[in-house]
Design a protein around this ligand. Structure first.
Ligand SMILES: Nc1nc2c(ncn2[C@@H]2O[C@@H]3COP(=O)(O)O[C@H]4[C@@H](O)[C@H](n5cnc6c(=O)[nH]c(N)nc65)O[C@@H]4COP(=O)(O)O[C@H]3[C@H]2O)c(=O)[nH]1
Length: 942
C-alpha cells in the first residue's frame, strides 16, 4: 500500500505486446534458444581450445624438460667418454714413464707391465700397448742386433727403404700373432703415424692419429681405431723446449685404440633414447662418422647436441642424438590426456551450463511471471486501498503519516497531500484518538468513537476510529488507522430510536414509550405511595372526519389535538398517541381520583373550542376512560386495558365525557381476557370448525354460492358464535391465526367437494380488517389455493365496507393482488357504512352484499325498499352482481325478486350448516335438477 502503483512502462522486462521486437512468446523462445544453446556451445569451443592449448603447452614443456634431461644425460655420457680418453692417455703416459725409467727394458718386462694393466677388463678399447724406439740414422743395425740378442731372432726393421730417422716398434703386449706382426715396423715410414709421432715428440703430450685402419685389422676390414702416442725422452721426462725434446727424444709408446670398445657401455641399453656419432673432423665436413652407436636415422632426431672431445691433441666432435625409436618418456601421455580430459571437461561443463541456463532461464521466466502476478496483486491492493470506502491511513513507527487513501482525506475534510509526512500525533482532532494512536505505536490496538473533527482543521462529524499495529517478526512496521464517518449512521440510529419511541405524526411518545413512562410512574408510586392515573382518550367520530375530508385533513386534526393536549398539562404528565385517534395521558403523583377527573375535564375543555383546519371549523370531542394505580391495576397493560374499557363506557354514555373504570367493567374485562386465552387454545386444539350457508338465485332457486362461517365448539360452553369471540380475536390479533385456519380449511373443503361433486359454485370466506391490513393476505390466499390445487375463481373473499374505507389506496392494491390470483371479491354489509360510494369504481369488486338490516327492515316496514333498490341499481350500473343477506321470509324474497336482486341467502333457504349437511344437499341437487325451492323447514346448524 505505501508503495506507488505499479507502472507497466517502467518495467524493462515486461512482456507487453507493445514492447519492440517479437511478441513475448517468440522472445521467450529466442531467449530460451540463444542463451541455453549458445553459451554451452561457446563454453565447449573455448574449453576445447584451451585443452588444445594446454596440450601444446604441455608438449612444449615436456619437450623442454626432455631437452634438459637429454642435455644432462649427454653431459654425463660425454664426461665419461672424456674420462675414458684421459684414462687411456694416462695409460700411455704410464707406459712412457716405464720406458723412460728403464731404457734397457726387456720385452718380457713390457709384457708383464701390460698384462698387469688388465686391459680387456679395465681398458677394453686399447688393443695393445707397444713401444717404438727412435733410431738415429745409421744405427738401425745396432737395434736389430740388440733385439735379436734379446731373443727376438727374427727381428727386422721394415719397410726396408725408409728415411734417415726411424721410430721402430720394438715391444708390444699382449703378445699375440696379430700384435707381433707389427714388431719392427718403422712408424716414420707411414705419413699418418709419422705426423702423430712428431706431434707427440714435439709436445711431450699424448698425440692421436686420425681414424685409421690398424695394421692388425687390415685383413679384418674397417674397424675404426686410432693410435695414441706418448713420447719418451732421455733424462728429463719432459724436456722444457722443443729443441730439447727433439734432442732427447728416445721413442714413443703407442696405444692403438679401437673406438667401438672405447664407447661401449656408455650408452644405457635400457634407455636406448640416446645415440652418439663421433667425428674426428667437423661433422659438416665429414662424409660419415668415425663411430655411430645406432643405425642410420630416417628422420632427423628431435634433439641433437654436438660436444667437442679432445683426444691426443686432436678435437673430435661427438654428436648426441635423441632417438625416437622406442623412446617413451615418462610423461608422453600427458598432452594427449590433457586434451582428452580437457575436452571431456568442456563437454561436461557445456552440459552443466546448458542445464543451469535452462533452469536459470525457466527460473527467470517464473520470476517474471511471479513479478507480473505480484505487480497485479500490488495494483489490485493499491486499487483496493484507493477505492476503499473506509478511510485508511498508514502511520510510520515515527508517527508520521506514510500514506492515506482518498476516503480518509475526505472523511477528515482535508487534502490528502497535506497529510502525508505530517506527524499524526499532532493531527488527530481528539485527545482520546491521540492516546489511542500512541498506544498503537506501542503495539496495542484500540477502537474509539469521536464526535470531534477527525483531524485538526478538518470537518467535524461522528467518527469511528480503529488503530491497528502491524508487526513483522515481532517488530512494529506501521500502524493502520481506519476511520469511518458514522455521522449519517448515528443520525439514522437516532431517528430510528426516535421513531421507536415517538409517534411520527404528532411527535408524541408512542405506545412503547408510554408503557415505559407508565412503568416509571408506577415505580415512583410504589416508592412514595402516590397514585398514577391513566387517561385513555378516543376522539368521537374521528373516522367520519377522516373518511369524508381525507387523510391529510385527518392527520392535521390529530396534530392539532396533540398540541392542545400537551399545552393543557403539567410537565411531569405524559401525553402519547397509541395509534389512530387514540391518545393516552399518564398523570403522576395523583393524590385522589378527583385529580384525574380534573385532568379529564381539562382535556374536554381544551378540545371544546372548534378546530380550524383547511379553512373549515369543526368540533372534536373526546371520550375518556380513566384507570388508577393501585386501585384498578398495578401494571401498564392492566391500567391501559382498564382505561380502554372505561373509555368504551364513556362512549356508550353519550361521548364527550369521561368515565372511571368500575369493578363491573373490570369483571367484563376479565371475562374477555378469559375468552382470549380460551380462543388461543381453541385455535391450537382445533376447536374451530366451519359451517356453510348456501346462496341462492332469487328466481330459479338454484344454488349459486356458499358462505363459510366460523364456529367454536367450546369444550364446556358448547357452541360459541363469532359475534362473541370475533371482537376479542380482533382486539388481540388472534384473528390473524384464526383467519389463516379458516382460509386453509375452506380451500381444503372446496377441493374435496370439487373432487366429489364437481362443485363449480364459489365458496365465500370472510376476512377481517386486521387480516386485510396485515399485507400478507394475497400471499396467504395464494398459498392456500396452491396447496389445494385451486385456480382461484372457486374462492370468494368477503370484506366489509369499513375495512376498505380505512385506507382505500392500499385496499385497492390488496384487492388487485387477490384479483390477479383469480379470486372473487364481495363487499359485505354494503349500505351500512360510510355512504361514500366514490371508491367503488376504483376497487375490483365482483359482488355487493346488501346488509341484512335493510332486508329485515323491509318486512317489518321500518323502512321502504329504497336502499336495496338503490344498491341493486348501483350494482347493475357498475356491472356488479348483488346478493341480499338475512332473507327469512317469502315476502322478503318476493320483494327482492321484484327489485330484480339476483340472489339471496338467509334462514328462508338454509341456516349455516355443517359441511356434511351441505354434502347431503349437494347430493340431492346432483340427483334432482334445479330449480330448487326453499325447503319448508329451514336447515339449521345453530
Ligand atoms: N338474523 C338472521 N341472520 C342470518 C340469516 N342468514 C344468515 N344470518 C347470519 O348472518 C351472518 C352473515 O354473515 P356476515 O354478514 O358475513 O357476518 C358475519 C361475519 O362478519 C363474521 N364472521 C363469521 N364467520 C367469520 C369468519 O370466518 N371470519 C371472519 N373474519 N368473520 C366471520 O361474523 C358475522 C356473524 O356471523 P354469524 O354469526 O355466522 O352470522 C351470519 C349468519 O348466521 C337470517 O336469515 N337471519
Amino acid at each position: 500500500m505505501p508503495e506507488p502503483a505499479a507502472d507497466p512502462k517502467a518495467d524493462p522486462v515486461a512482456d507487453s505486446p507493445s514492447a519492440s521486437g517479437p511478441n513475448p512468446t517468440a522472445r521467450r523462445f529466442l531467449r530460451n534458444l540463444h542463451v541455453p544453446v549458445a553459451v554451452p556451445l561457446l563454453a565447449l569451443i573455448v574449453g576445447a581450445s584451451l585443452s588444445l592449448l594446454a596440450m601444446l603447452q604441455s608438449e612444449r614443456l615436456l619437450g623442454r624438460e626432455e631437452a634438459h634431461r637429454f642435455s644432462a644425460r649427454v653431459e654425463e655420457i660425454h664426461g665419461q667418454l672424456a674420462d675414458r680418453i684421459k684414462v687411456y692417455e694416462q695409460v700411455a703416459r704410464s707406459a712412457a714413464s716405464l720406458a723412460m725409467t728403464f731404457p734397457d727394458l726387456h720385452w718380457t718386462q713390457w709384457s708383464r707391465f701390460v698384462e698387469a694393466l688388465d686391459m680387456p677388463q679395465r681398458y677394453p678399447g686399447i688393443i695393445s700397448i707397444a713401444y717404438a724406439r727412435a733410431v738415429a740414422a745409421g744405427r738401425s743395425g745396432d737395434l736389430v742386433a740388440s733385439m735379436r740378442a734379446s731373443g727376438l731372432t727374427a727381428f727386422r726393421i721394415w719397410p726396408e727403404h725408409a728415411g734417415a730417422d726411424r721410430v721402430v716398434n720394438i715391444f708390444t703386449a699382449p703378445v699375440n700373432e696379430a700384435n707381433v706382426r707389427a714388431i719392427g715396423f718403422d712408424l716414420m715410414s707411414e705419413a699418418v703415424r709419422r705426423s702423430a709421432v712428431e706431434r707427440a715428440r714435439d709436445s711431450g703430450e699424448p698425440a692421436a692419429t686420425r681414424a685409421i685402419t690398424l695394421k692388425i685389422d687390415e685383413a679384418a676390414g674397417a674397424r675404426p681405431a686410432f693410435i695414441l702416442f706418448q713420447a719418451t725422452y732421455r733424462g728429463d721426462p719432459l724436456p722444457p723446449s722443443l729443441e730439447a725434446r727433439r734432442a732427447s727424444f728416445t721413442g714413443v709408446v703407442l696405444t692403438p685404440v679401437r673406438i667401438g670398445p672405447l664407447v661401449d657401455g656408455l650408452i644405457d641399453s635400457q634407455r636406448p633414447d640416446t645415440g652418439l656419432e663421433i667425428y674426428d673432423v667437423p661433422p659438416a665436413e665429414a662424409e660419415f662418422p668415425l663411430y655411430r652407436s645406432h643405425r642410420l636415422l630416417e628422420t632427423a632426431p628431435a634433439i641433437s647436441l654436438d660436444r667437442e672431445l679432445p683426444v691426443g691433441g686432436r678435437i673430435w666432435t661427438v654428436r648426441y642424438d635423441n632417438l625416437p625409436d622406442g623412446v617413451i618418456t615418462a610423461h608422453d601421455w600427458v598432452p594427449g590426456a590433457l586434451l582428452a580430459v580437457g575436452i571431456a571437461l568442456s563437454i561436461a561443463l557445456s552440459l552443466v551450463l546448458r542445464m543451469v541456463l535452462v533452469i536459470h532461464s525457466r527460473a527467470v521466466e517464473l520470476a517474471g511471471e511471479m513479478t507480473a502476478s505480484l505487480r497485479l496483486q500490488e495494483a489490485e491492493r493499491q486499487q483496493l486501498f484507493t477505492q476503499a470506502p473506509l478511510g485508511i491511513a498508514l502511520v510510520g513507527t515515527d508517527g508520521l503519516v506514510m500514506d492515506c487513501n482518498p476516503a480518509f482525506a475526505s472523511a477528515a475534510g482535508l487534502p490528502r497531500q497535506g497529510l502525508l509526512g505530517t506527524d499524526a500525533r499532532l493531527r488527530f482532532g481528539d485527545q482520546a484518538s491521540v492516546f489511542a494512536l500512541e498506544a498503537a505505536l506501542h503495539g496495542e490496538s484500540g477502537k474509539l468513537e469521536s464526535d470531534q473533527p477527525l483531524l485538526l482543521g478538518g470537518r467535524r462529524s461522528h467518527f469511528s476510529l480503529h488503530f491497528q499495529p502491524v508487526t513483522a517478526g515481532g517488530a512494529l512496521k506501521f500502524v493502520l488507522a481506519f476511520a469511518e464517518d458514522i455521522g449519517e449512521k448515528r443520525r439514522a440510529e437516532q431517528h430510528i430510536q426516535y421513531l421507536a419511541h415517538f409517534d411520527a405524526l404528532t411527535g408524541l411518545p408512542n405506545r412503547v414509550l408510554l408503557y415505559d413512562r407508565i412503568a416509571q410512574a408506577l415505580r415512583e408510586g410504589r416508592r412514595d405511595g402516590s397514585k398514577v392515573a391513566v387517561l385513555f382518550i378516543d376522539l368521537d367520530r374521528f373516522k367520519v372526519i377522516n373518511d369524508s375530508l381525507g387523510h391529510s385533513f385527518g392527520d392535521e386534526v390529530l396534530r392539532s389535538v396533540a398540541r392542545r393536549l400537551q399545552a393543557g398539562l403539567r410537565e411531569s404528565d405524559t401525553v402519547g398517541r397509541l395509534g389512530g385517534d387514540e391518545f393516552l395521558i399518564v398523570v403522576r403523583r395523583v393524590a385522589e381520583p378527583l385529580d384525574a377527573a380534573r385532568v379529564a375535564e381539562k382535556v374536554v375543555a381544551h378540545l371544546a373550542s372548534p378546530f380550524a383546519v383547511g379553512g373549515q371549523n369543526f368540533v372534536v370531542t373526546p371520550s375518556i376512560g380513566i384507570s388508577l394505580y393501585p386501585d384498578d391495576a398495578d401494571d401498564p397493560e392492566g391500567l391501559i386495558r382498564c382505561a380502554d374499557i372505561a373509555m368504551y363506557h364513556a362512549k356508550e354514555q353519550g361521548r364527550n365525557g369521561f368515565r372511571f373504570v368500575t369493578k363491573e367493567m373490570g369483571a367484563k374485562s376479565r371475562e374477555r381476557m378469559d375468552l382470549e386465552g380460551a380462543l388461543r387454545q381453541a385455535i391450537r386444539e382445533g376447536e374451530l370448525f366451519l359451517v356453510y350457508q348456501p346462496q341462492v338465485d332469487t328466481l330459479t332457486g338454484r344454488m349459486v354460492g356458499l358462505e363459510a362461517l366460523v364456529r367454536w365448539r367450546h369444550p364446556e360452553e358448547g357452541l360459541i358464535l363469532p359475534g362473541r369471540f370475533l371482537p376479542v380475536a380482533e382486539e388481540t390479533g388472534l384473528v390473524l391465526a384464526m383467519g389463516d385456519w379458516v382460509l386453509f380449511e375452506a380451500c381444503a373443503q372446496i377441493r374435496r367437494w370439487r373432487q366429489r361433486f364437481d362443485l363449480s359454485i364459489p365458496v365465500a370466506v370472510n376476512v377481517s380488517g386486521a387480516q386485510f391490513r396485515d399485507g400478507q393476505l394475497p400471499v396467504k390466499v395464494a398459498r392456500a389455493l396452491d396447496a389445494n390445487g385451486l385456480s382461484g375463481c372457486e374462492l370468494e373473499i368477503e370484506v366489509t365496507e369499513s375495512t376498505l374505507i380505512d385506507d382505500v389506496e392500499s385496499a385497492a392494491a390488496t384487492l388487485a393482488a387477490l384479483k390477479q390470483r383469480g379470486v372473487l371479491i364481495a363487499l359485505d354489509d354494503f349500505g351500512t357504512g360510510y355512504s361514500s360510494l366514490s371508491y367503488l369504481h376504483r376497487l375490483p369488486i365482483d359482488k355487493l352484499k346488501i346488509d341484512r338490516s335493510f332486508i329485515h327492515d323491509l318486512s317489518t316496514g321500518a323502512s321502504d325498499a329504497s336502499v336495496p333498490r338503490a344498491i341493486v341499481g348501483l350494482g347493475r350500473s357498475l356491472g356488479l352482481s348483488v346478493i341480499a343477506e338475512g332473507v327469512e321470509t317469502q315476502e322478503q324474497l318476493q320483494l327482492l325478486r321484484d327489485l330484480a336482486c339476483e340472489s339471496y341467502q338467509g334462514f328462508l333457504f338454509s341456516r349455516p350448516i355443517p359441511a356434511e349437511e351441505i354434502e347431503r344437499l349437494l347430493e340431492t341437487l346432483t340427483a334432482v335438477q334445479p330449480p330448487m325451492q326453499p325447503p319448508v323447514q329451514p336447515v339449521s346448524a345453530e
